[in-house]
Design a protein around this ligand. Sequence first.
Ligand code: UDP
Ligand code: MG
Length: 336
Amino acid sequence: MNRSTLAGALKSPLERAMEQPQVSAVVPIYNEVESVPLLVERIANVLQQNSFSYEIICVDDGSTDGTTELLRQLAQSRSDLKAVVLRRNYGQTAAMAAGFNHAQGQVIITLDGDLQNDPADIPRLMAKLDEGYDLVSGWRKERQDAMVTRLIPSRIANWLIRKVTEVKIHDYGCSLKAYRSELVRDMNLYGELHRFLPALAFIEGARIGEMPVQHHARQFGKSKYGLGRTFRVLMDLATIFFMKKFLTRPMHVFGLFGLFAMLLGIGLGGYLTVLKLGFGAAIGDRPLLILAVVLFLTGIQLFSFGLLAELAMRTYHESQNRPIYRVREVVSSKAE
Ligand code: UDP
Ligand code: MG
């Protein structure tokens, strides 16, 4: 436990609630020097006008265009802004994770640092959360990005993600989202998994909502992504698929397929053995022999893989004291 969490633990719940802002706006920023001052100003205005207590957390993801210095100055002069400066460029997901770790608000709002998302949508997202959701995702209904490199791949990716994750929202890539902070603490981010946060949240049992939001064309700087991202997203999708299906019971899947393949291999092998020994048939050049051998070996591999996956999953849960369930609330008439 480091010093700040120790201090946090020593405070009474009331004290902590008093200093906990209602909203933490988390913004990953990589070389967006022209946008940053405007962005911070707009977020602050919207939140003040709607009388939310808030903090803005700008995560500088290894910028090289002067964003770092600018953020440093801004954060020194404004009490509502915290700048988290990463040592190098880690990518948007890691930058968001850093922001989450420094956010103290009851609700965490993420948005892009390039002004493509509109802070004016934040109060509506908050209202929607209050309807009983744990996560509300923005939907860029009229998205202002390049057609071929962005919109088309994104449409295909969204369709695939929807099929695989069964989280029925339209636009996974939209950064503008609102989360209850407990939810964010339960999720671990790797790779480019930030777009799968709704799916990860769903795995953690969250209620997920969606709401159309505004989207503007980029005014300054340029996009950090191109077509290459699609492939990384696909790989991450495979991970999510695995996590969702097998996180707590890999043996059910791998073991079952393994056993099935093994039994089939043994059956075919037995049949060939009978032919050979009982009837003296030549089996050396039969494709069936190859099939029997392949099935048997594949079966053993899948089965052992299932066992290893079981071990890995146990380590995953136990090493971080991750329960295999999530409690929404505990109702009891006794005082705690
Ligand atoms: N970003 C980041 N680290 C990176 C790449 C991007 O923090 O390595 C930030 C970027 O500054 C922006 C957000 O992530 O605030 C989204 O990036 P971008 O606007 O380039 O993506 P697009 O909107 O084109 O999908
Ligand atoms: Mg953008």
